[in-house]
Unconditional design. Structure first.
Length: 227
């Protein structure tokens, strides 16, 4: 897989170091001295140029990339990179870093962004996940499809406890993708019986989220009736 990373700060450099082991990585950096240093330190391709310039991206063959990561420290630049990657080069997957949470709403399909990554939002979700028992916590949202990755820690009064996954009657647009039990991950086969304190991770769309809450937590479902 060919991956382009625009921005060689701490985030971009780490991604390049990590991904270059198994993928063909090209990283863009505007600062000449930093680009030269990276060329000596990394085994991937380093391009010294402005990743917001169409000509720079074209010369580096951005159209051959499977994924583009806009990882600069400037939200404006990340939006420009995302838009160019999607509209001019039809890159299948565009991932953009959100530096300032107030700008998160801009990082959507209109700007060519498939996945927006905001560190404050991720930390907030992880904190919620750590302290919330019996609550459905959103961990990640897929902008284009409306699907979400959610997690719930099953409490003693959860209607799902002591029932197998097959018996839950999950809605069509919801599925259990993992069950974390103590220090291990349980593959969510139909015969797996859920227990108190299990961390259940589910993929769900907005339309089926209320029904999922009813099944796992006992909150009112789509029909408004409490379990």
């Amino acid at each position: 897989m060919r991956i382009a990373i625009v921005g060689a700060g701490n985030v971009g450099r780490y991604l390049a170091e990590d991904l270059q082991v198994h993928h063909d990585v090209v990283i863009f950096e505007q600062d000449y001295a930093l680009a030269q240093h990276l060329a000596e330190e990394l085994s991937c391709t380093v391009v010294n140029g402005d990743g917001c310039e169409l000509s720079t991206l074209a010369e580096a063959g951005l159209g051959t990339c499977d994924v583009v990561v806009a990882a600069t420290g400037d939200d404006e630049d990340n939006l420009v990179v995302s838009l160019l990657a999607k509209q001019e080069f039809a890159v299948p997957r565009v991932i953009a870093r959100v530096n300032h949470p107030k700008n998160h709403w801009l990082f959507n399909q209109s700007w060519g962004v498939d996945v927006a990554v905001s560190t404050p939002h991720l930390i907030s979700a992880l904190v919620e996940e750590a302290v919330s028992v019996g609550s459905l916590v959103q961990l990640f949202a897929f902008d284009n499809s409306g699907a979400k990755l959610v997690e719930v820690t099953l409490s003693e009064d959860s209607p799902a406890v002591h029932r197998s996954i097959a018996e839950l009657g999950l809605p069509r647009d919801a599925s259990v993708v993992a069950v974390v039990r103590r220090d291990s991950v349980v593959v969510p086969r139909g015969e797996v019986v859920l227990k108190v304190d299990d961390h259940v991770l589910c993929l769900v769309t907005g339309d089926s989220e209320r029904a999922l809450r009813s099944i796992l937590i006992g909150e009112p479902g789509a029909d408004g009736a409490a379990s």
